[in-house]
Design a protein around this ligand. Structure first.
Ligand SMILES: NC(=O)c1ccc[n+]([C@@H]2O[C@H](COP(=O)([O-])OP(=O)(O)OC[C@H]3O[C@@H](n4cnc5c(N)ncnc54)[C@H](O)[C@@H]3O)[C@@H](O)[C@H]2O)c1
Length: 292
């Protein structure tokens, strides 16, 4: 994405944290910004803050897990700014805990927000990003946890890995429509992601606060400690701007995590090496179609 000025970005989970700061850097580049969030109190504050900084920003209530709300939010974005060029699928929640303690509702909540929130976004916005012919872009916010699984974080890692995979699928699929795709994979960034249950919808059990979860299970305090020692949200947002400008597909914010990725690649290579000498595969051809 080369030109930002005068174009429009729609950012989910834009009321605070990484999404809010992405909104700020894009607004400073001259973009119109529609912040969308389930937390309407924080959303109103976010819009006011950025408007006071002279940026062209509006807000819209959106629960990304509800497709009908996506339709209404998209209509508001078009009615307000005319066209939409960039969709940032940033809203996400972190349900963590030992596998034996995670309930089906924990899984449903995380899948509906982190994965279906990305799917619905593309279903509703694809035609809007394409129709004006000025070029569109989708930035999906995954996580480094989508590149390598982490213990006690099953729903989070599984949904973030799905977001990485979907982004790969869409990169080639949407190219013909003039829509580029990027995926942001941050490590720890100072935000309130450790307190994600604060925004849990009533249908998944309603809000619970981090401090109360820690009273119940003291080990949960590490979730906060890891997040608050992360990099600043401003830094992550500046990196996003760089990544979009350079048309990067994988946008990373923590270079030292390369080690994790290399560990995985090494392990996979060893798996391919074993398959190459496997007696069970002796008659299997070593060539054939490879799809990307
Ligand atoms: N902070 C980190 O360390 C970190 C690391 C890797 C990836 N991420 C990802 O970055 C993204 C942003 O998280 P953050 O760190 O800014 O956390 P955050 O909790 O500070 O912000 C998340 C925002 O999403 C909103 N939200 C939650 N559920 C929603 C829903 N159903 N519909 C619409 N909005 C909803 C919240 O109200 C909040 O404004 C998430 O996808 C998260 O998984 C964060």
């Amino acid at each position: 994405m080369k030109d930002f000025k005068g174009k429009t970005a729609f950012i989910t989970g834009g009321a605070e944290g990484i999404g809010f700061h992405i909104g700020r850097v894009l607004g400073r580049e001259g973009m119109n910004v529609m912040l969308a969030d389930i937390d309407t109190t924080m959303l109103a504050q976010a819009v006011e803050t950025l408007k006071n900084e002279g940026l062209k920003v509006e807000g819209v209530a959106l629960d990304v897990a509800l497709k009908e709300e996506w339709e209404v939010a998209a209509e508001k974005a078009v009615a307000t700014f005319g066209k939409v060029h960039l969709l940032v699928g940033n809203a996400g929640v972190a349900a963590t805990g030992a596998h034996k303690h995670l309930t089906e509702t924990d899984w449903r909540w995380t899948i509906d927000v982190n994965l279906m929130g990305i799917v619905y976004g593309a279903q509703v916005f694809h035609s809007l990003l394409k129709s004006h012919g000025e070029g569109g872009q989708i930035l999906n916010v995954a996580s480094i946890a989508g590149i390598h699984g982490v213990s006690f974080s099953g729903p989070y890692c599984a949904t973030k890995a799905a977001v990485v995979s979907l982004s790969e699928c869409w990169r080639s699929e949407f190219k013909k429509d003039g829509i580029g795709v990027s995926v942001l994979c941050p490590g720890f960034v100072k935000s309130r992601v450790y307190d994600s249950y604060r925004n849990r919808q009533a249908r998944y059990g309603g809000p619970v606060y981090h401090d109360d979860l820690v009273k119940e299970k003291p080990a949960r305090k590490y979730n906060k400690e890891l997040v608050v020692t992360g990099i600043d949200t401003e830094i992550a947002a500046n990196r996003v701007l760089e990544g979009l400008r350079n048309d990067e597909f994988f946008i990373f914010t923590h270079p030292h995590y390369r080690e994790l990725h290399q560990m995985r690649v090494k392990e996979m290579d060893a798996g391919f090496d074993r398959s190459d000498v496997s007696p069970a595969l002796v008659d299997v051809p070593r060539k054939g179609a490879i799809l990307t």
